[in-house]
Design a protein around this ligand. Structure first.
Ligand code: PLP
Length: 380
């Protein structure tokens, strides 16, 4: 299946017209960890051993490569395994720029182990291009990490503009596009060198697989180093999870569209609510990143939003305790809606205000989701 098809078509058929030899409609699950060598001592299939190669995983990767319009992809056992593989392919002494507000585990890893190991890390306000420019160290800065919309304040980074700044000093730009998904944003088309997804979230969509993906815009020496990291560290996604992920991918576009529609309706409904001090959602016209989001995201502003409560931390925690339909759990991007007091999970050094709840909007009926939040707020 070629790149001429629209995302919905690539996804619905999981990128294959038919499986060679068996003509299956559903992609098969390949479990073998090793492959037979040919009589001439070669491996004509290109498959040698399960740690670098697996056909089910290659199938997942082909779907993601096509969808993101990249040159190649790699699937990992988690989003963190994918993200850290990128940084592990750098060298001690290299400088990287990352957002102040980003997925907290990766921020902690960058500030802790990655720094101890020799990376120099600057955390900047990624939506402020002047700050990005100021923190560049020509000759030293190798990579700029972008997350957009950024978890959990949903600030928007201008991916093209960050690429211009980074590319002027030959630094790469890698975008964590977990929340946007390839349905809404394709960072490679905006100039990014690599795209990362926690496939645990929307790409799988059913909260039953941990997975991560990297897509590269070009096949270069850096991509080869990242491939070596995955092979040597054993970070490849398991084929069973790859098969589940393929199944989830086939409805990605439908789930994302529904979540976006509902998130927009929820944001608009609670924006003026008497118990809510602000709703953070890039779809709202007064959101500081709205204009960039309109340019950069097509078909919606994502299924994630946050709310801050006039009654402070206690009010936020009370609302999370009183909802009946929303599930009080961490994670995002599943078919079921989740609500979470983010500061509680991120700990004392979090930049997230303690009066904030993060909402991952699933595919339940939006009227039920709004009514449940309303009854929880009205009990205050
Ligand atoms: N990036 C974002 C935006 C996330 O929300 C997460 C997990 O919540 C990750 C990366 C890490 O992914 P995983 O939990 O699959 O390791």
């Amino acid at each position: 299946m070629t790149k001429q098809f629209k995302p919905a078509t690539i996804l619905a058929q999981a990128h294959v017209d038919k499986i060679p030899r068996t003509n299956e409609i559903t992609p098969p699950l390949h479990l073998s960890t090793t492959y037979v060598r040919d009589a001439d001592n070669e491996y004509s299939s290109g498959l040698v051993y399960g740690r670098p190669h697996n056909p089910t995983i290659q199938h997942v990767e082909q779907v993601l490569t096509t969808l993101e319009q990249g040159a190649d992809s790699m699937a990992f056992g988690s989003g963190m395994a994918a993200a850290t593989a990128v940084f592990q392919a750098l060298k001690p002494g290299d400088h990287v720029i990352a957002p102040k507000v980003m997925y907290w585990s990766l921020r902690n890893w960058l500030a802790g182990m990655a720094t101890e190991w020799g990376l120099q890390v600057s955390f900047v306000e990624m939506s402020d291009l002047a700050s990005v420019q100021e923190s560049i160290r020509p000759g030293k800065t190798q990579l700029v990490w972008v997350e957009s919309p950024a978890n959990p304040l949903w600030s928007i980074a201008d991916i093209s503009a960050v690429c211009d700044i980074a590319h002027a000093v030959n630094a790469r730009v890698v975008v964590d596009s977990t929340v946007a998904t390839p349905v809404l944003t394709r960072p490679v088309l905006l100039g990014a060198d690599m795209v990362m997804h926690s496939a645990t979230k929307y790409l799988n969509g059913h909260s039953d697989v941990l997975a991560g993906v990297l897509v590269t815009a070009k096949l270069d020496a850096f991509w080869q180093r990242v491939q070596q990291v995955r092979t040597n560290h054993g970070g490849i996604l398991s084929p069973r999870d790859g098969s589940q992920l393929l199944r989830g991918l086939r409805t990605l576009h439908l789930r994302v569209r529904e979540s976006c529609r509902s998130a927009m309706a929820i944001a608009e409904y609670f924006d003026q609510h008497s118990g809510v001090s602000s709703v953070l959602y890039p779809g709202l016209a007064r959101h500081p990143g709205h204009d960039i989001a309109c340019r950069q995201m097509t078909g919606g502003f994502g299924g994630m939003l946050s709310m801050r409560f006039k009654g402070g931390k206690c009010a936020a925690i009370d609302v999370a305790a009183r909802v009946k339909l929303w599930k009080r759990a961490t994670s995002l991007g599943g078919v079921e809606s989740l609500i979470e007091h983010r500061a509680s999970i991120e700990g004392s050094n979090t930049p997230v205000p303690d009066d904030l709840l993060r909402l991952s909007v699933g595919i339940e009926h939006v009227d039920d989701l709004i009514a449940d939040l309303e009854q929880a707020l009205n009990q205050q």
